[in-house]
Ligand binder design. Structure first.
Ligand code: AHR
Length: 311
């Protein structure tokens, strides 16, 4: 792959000799969930292991802060910049500044909306739409024996972020194919346990019949469990729950029968990121898209992996 527009090529040509320290400026989106903390830990650990000097900044969900952080990396003339975007839009200008400074950019976890995909050299992250597809398929299979439509409420992540958009789209596309699942309402839970609890409380007040919940991450699903219990319902039995992430806490709730299915989205992408950063430094090959493996768990398969779960 050519580092198009960055003035550097990987493969045969190298514009920066592979000497001196490799410095990565990484802008994390926030600390909103168990998944995010594991993602940060994975990146820090992999940087250390690969001897990459890491300049780490956390935008705490604020895009303006993230843009300022990226600009600080440009001023520091790092080897590469990586970031997990808060929202999908509004990054073109800063990425053009990085390109003018000949600093390659890598997207991690989430994506951006741009007409010029040469503004980043690689994106590393899960296939969010497929996660939504899988969540809907598992829920549909659960209700195989019933003729009736299943009334589903959705608890969404932060507005404008790629996983929020694509998980919802994937779920809705699969649901509309068979017509078995009917999405009756949605509320935003901002990826947090508290946000999920508040969203579920609102949904319980607003919607008469709730058969199932699709929470876009484990933390919000765990919040929904609390709200359902407070309302006198038995989560996992009276109301079925499907979530995404597969954190240790999510899998424990699955084994305990409070969640029914969990679609995996691995936060452990630190090594893949360092692989790209080192390739930039040495002039190696870079894949434009890198995705980690993904699984789906029920109570039985969750039990098998819980012992080794790192996050
Ligand atoms: O972008 C990945 C999502 O962000 C995770 O599913 C969620 O837990 C996180 O906060």
């Amino acid at each position: 792959l050519t580092l198009a527009g960055c003035g550097r090529e990987t493969g045969s040509a190298q514009l920066r000799p592979p000497s001196g320290p490799i410095v990565l400026g990484f802008s994390q989106v926030g600390s909103e969930s168990g998944w995010r903390l594991a993602n940060t830990a994975s990146i820090k650990k992999a940087a250390e292991r690969n001897r990459v000097e890491l300049l780490f900044k956390n935008a705490e969900g604020d895009q303006k802060r993230q843009l300022a952080d990226i600009r600080s990396f440009i001023r520091a003339d790092v080897t590469a910049i990586a970031f997990s975007p808060v929202v999908e839009t509004g990054y073109d200008e800063v990425l053009r500044e990085a390109r003018a400074a000949k600093i390659p950019v890598i997207l991690t976890d989430r994506l951006i909306e741009t007409a010029d995909t040469s503004l980043y050299v690689s994106s590393i992250g899960a296939e969010f739409a497929a996660e939504g597809n899988l969540a809907a398929i598992y829920l549909e299979n659960d209700y195989n024996d019933t003729e009736e439509q299943v009334h589903v409420v959705e608890i969404l992540g932060s507005t404008g972020a790629t996983p929020t958009k694509l998980r919802a789209e994937g779920f809705a596309t699969t649901a509309s194919r068979s017509g078995k699942l009917r999405i009756v309402a949605a509320e935003t839970g901002n990826w947090t346990v508290d946000g999920g609890e508040t969203a579920m409380r609102r949904l319980i007040r607003k919607v008469k019949r709730i058969d199932a919940v699709f929470a876009q991450n484990d933390d919000m699903g765990l919040g929904a469990v609390k709200a359902l219990e407070a309302a006198g319902k038995k989560p996992g039995t009276d109301v079925r729950l499907v979530t995404v992430d597969a954190t240790k806490k999510g899998l424990e709730s699955l084994v305990a029968g409070k969640l029914n299915y969990v679609v995996e989205c691995s936060p452990l992408i630190g090594e893949q990121l360092m692989g790209v950063v080192v390739a930039i430094h040495l002039g190696g090959r870079i894949d434009k898209r890198i995705s980690p493996e993904q699984n789906v768990f029920d109570a039985v398969s969750a039990k098998d992996v819980l012992g080794d779960r790192q996050y």
